[in-house]
Design a protein around this ligand. Structure first.
Ligand SMILES: *[C@@H]1O[C@H](CO)[C@@H](O)[C@H](O)[C@H]1NC(C)=O
Ligand SMILES: *[C@@H]1O[C@H](CO)[C@@H](O)[C@H](O)[C@H]1NC(C)=O
Ligand SMILES: *[C@@H]1O[C@H](CO)[C@@H](O)[C@H](O)[C@H]1NC(C)=O
Ligand SMILES: *[C@@H]1O[C@H](CO)[C@@H](O)[C@H](O)[C@H]1NC(C)=O
Ligand SMILES: *[C@@H]1O[C@H](CO)[C@@H](O)[C@H](O)[C@H]1NC(C)=O
Ligand SMILES: *[C@@H]1O[C@H](CO)[C@@H](O)[C@H](O)[C@H]1NC(C)=O
Ligand SMILES: *[C@@H]1O[C@H](CO)[C@@H](O)[C@H](O)[C@H]1NC(C)=O
Length: 405
C-alpha cells in the first residue's frame, strides 16, 4: 500500500516537473520571440542602410536573436542584455523607443556608426545603464523630451564626436559619466543644467565644443565630481574665484585649457582641493602677479600647466616647494622673469617635467637642481639664462632624456 502511494507520488512529481519544464521553455520561447520582434522593429525604424552587411543575420524568422551579430543574451533567461554595434558603419535615424521594448537590454554600444536623431523617446520605461553613441552623426539639439530622466539606472552617456549643437537634455541622479566632448555645443543651456544638476557625476567632459561667454556657474552642487574638462572652448572673462574655492574635495582633474580666460591667477582661491591631481589652465590669456598661497592646499597636485598665458611674476619657489607630489610643471611661454629660485630644487625628488621655456629668466640653473634625480625632461629654451649651468648642473642629472636648454 505504502509503496503504491509512494509510486503515485513519484509519478505526480515527474509529471509536474515535466509540465513546469514545458511551461518554462514556452515562456523562454515567447520572450525570445518578443526580443526578435523588438530588434527587428529597431532595424526597420532606425537602419536605413547597412553597407557592411553587419545586420545580415538579423531575421524575423529566427526563433532567438542570441546568435545574431552584435546581440548578447543572459545565460539564465536568454533575454537580450547588450547590443554592440560598435564600428558597424550602420546609417539611419535612431529610434531609442524600439530598443526600450527589450526589458533586459542595459548596455547599448553604438559607437562608430552614422546614427542621427536627438535621443528622443516616447517610452516611459528605460533600463539602460550604458549608452555609447560616440562617433555618430547626431547633429540635432538633445531634446528635453528625450527624458533620460526615465532612465533611472543610466550610469554612463557618451555622445562624444558628434555634431550636437546643444539642447535641453535632462538626466537623473544615477548618471556618473557624461561625455559631450568634440561636438558643436555653443548654447550654454546644457552646461548650466549639468553644473547645477551634477549630483553624482564623476566625469563631465565638454572639451572641444563652441561654448562662449563667462563661466557663471560653480561646482558647489557637484559633490562627487572627479574629472571636469572644459578645454578647447571659447569661454572668456575671469574664472570665478568661487569656481575653485567651492569645488568639491573629490575633484581630481580640472582642465580649462585652450579657452580665452582672463584675470589674475592670484585672485583664484583654492579651497579644499584635497584630491586635485591635474590643473591645466594653459593656452588662455590669464595674467598673474603671483600664485595664490592657497594652491599649497592641493597637496596631491601632480600636474600644473599654466603655460602659454600672460603671467608676469617671479617664480614663487617657496610655495611650489611645498607641492611635494608635483611631477609636471609647465610655466612656458609667459612673461616670467627673475632667477629660477633654488627652492624649486626642493621638489626635485618627484619632478619629471619642467618647462620654463619662452620667458625672461636670467641667471643660471641653481645647484639645488643637481638633486633632480627624477627629472626626465627639462626645457629652459628662449630665456636670457647665462652661466655654466649646462656643464655643471644639467650634465649631472642622471635621468634626463630630453633637454632643451
Ligand atoms: C567616449 O567615447 C570615446 C570614443 O568615441 C572614447 O575615446 C572616450 O573615452 C569615451 N568617454 C568615456 C567617458 O568613456
Ligand atoms: C547625417 O545627418 C544629417 C542630418 O540628420 C543627414 O542629412 C545626413 O545625411 C547624415 N549623414 C549620413 C552620412 O547619413
Ligand atoms: C575629454 O574628451 C577629450 C576628447 O574626447 C579627451 O581627449 C579628454 O581626455 C577627455 N578628458 C577627460 C578628463 O577625460
Ligand atoms: C553667463 O551669464 C551671462 C548673463 O546672464 C550669459 O549671457 C552667458 O551666456 C552666461 N555664460 C555661460 C557660459 O553660461
Ligand atoms: C579622493 O580620492 C580617493 C582615491 O581615489 C577617494 O577614495 C576619496 O573618496 C576621494 N575623496 C573625496 C572627498 O572624494
Ligand atoms: C580673446 O579675448 C580677447 C580680449 O577679450 C579678444 O580680443 C580675442 O579675440 C579673444 N580670442 C578668441 C579666440 O576668442
Ligand atoms: C594641458 O592642456 C593642453 C591643451 O589641452 C595640452 O596640450 C597639455 O598636454 C595639457 N597638459 C597636461 C600636462 O596634461
Amino acid at each position: 500500500m505504502e509503496s503504491i502511494c509512494y509510486l503515485t507520488f513519484l509519478v505526480k512529481l515527474v509529471v509536474c516537473s515535466f509540465c513546469f519544464m514545458v511551461l518554462g521553455s514556452d515562456a523562454r520561447q515567447l520572450s525570445s520571440q518578443n526580443d526578435v520582434a523588438a530588434l527587428m522593429a529597431f532595424k526597420k525604424s532606425s537602419v536605413d542602410a547597412d553597407p557592411n552587411g553587419f545586420l545580415n543575420d538579423w531575421s524575423s524568422s529566427s526563433s532567438s536573436p542570441c546568435s545574431w551579430k552584435g546581440v548578447f543574451c543572459a545565460l539564465n533567461d536568454g533575454r537580450v542584455t547588450r547590443l554592440d554595434l560598435a564600428n558597424a558603419g550602420v546609417i539611419g535615424r535612431l529610434h531609442l523607443s524600439d530598443l526600450m521594448a527589450l526589458p533586459s537590454l542595459t548596455q547599448l554600444h553604438l559607437h562608430g556608426n552614422l546614427f542621427s536623431g536627438d535621443l528622443s523617446s516616447t517610452t516611459r520605461f528605460c533600463r539602460f545603464e550604458t549608452i555609447d553613441l560616440s562617433a555618430n552623426n547626431l547633429s540635432e539639439p538633445l531634446a528635453a523630451q528625450s527624458s533620460l530622466l526615465s532612465c533611472n539606472r543610466l550610469v554612463s552617456l557618451n555622445v562624444s564626436r558628434n555634431s550636437i549643437p546643444g539642447g535641453s537634455l535632462k538626466f537623473g541622479p544615477s548618471l556618473l559619466q557624461l561625455d559631450l566632448s568634440r561636438n558643436r555645443i555653443s548654447d550654454s543651456t546644457l552646461l548650466t543644467y549639468t553644473l547645477s544638476n551634477c549630483q553624482n557625476l564623476n566625469l563631465l567632459n565638454f572639451s572641444d565644443n563652441k561654448l562662449t561667454g563667462k563661466l557663471n556657474d560653480t561646482l558647489s552642487s557637484c559633490k562627487n565630481l572627479w574629472d571636469l574638462d572644459l578645454s578647447y572652448n571659447q569661454l572668456s572673462g575671469e574664472i570665478p574665484a568661487s569656481f575653485v574655492m567651492d569645488s568639491p574635495a573629490s575633484l581630481r582633474v580640472v582642465d580649462l585649457s585652450h579657452n580665452n580666460f582672463t584675470g589674475d591667477v592670484l585672485s583664484l582661491e583654492f579651497g579644499n582641493c584635497r584630491n586635485l591631481s591635474v590643473l591645466n589652465l594653459s593656452h588662455n590669456s590669464l595674467s598673474g602677479t603671483g600664485f595664490p598661497a592657497s594652491l599649497a592646499n592641493c597637496q596631491l597636485l601632480e600636474t600644473l600647466d599654466i603655460g602659454r598665458n600672460a603671467l608676469s611674476f617671479r617664480i614663487p619657489g617657496v610655495l611650489l616647494g611645498k607641492l611635494k607630489n608635483l611631477r609636471r610643471l609647465y610655466l612656458d611661454h609667459n612673461h616670467l622673469s627673475g632667477e629660477i629660485p633654488p627652492e624649486l630644487g626642493h621638489i626635485c625628488g618627484t619632478l619629471e617635467v619642467l618647462d620654463l621655456s619662452g620667458n625672461q629668466f636670467v641667471g643660471g640653473l641653481p645647484s639645488t637642481f643637481a638633486l633632480c634625480s627624477s627629472l626626465l625632461s627639462l626645457n629652459l629654451g628662449n630665456n636670457q639664462l647665462s652661466g655654466d649651468f649646462l656643464s655643471t648642473v644639467v650634465s649631472s642629472l642622471p635621468s634626463l632624456r630630453e633637454n632643451t636648454s
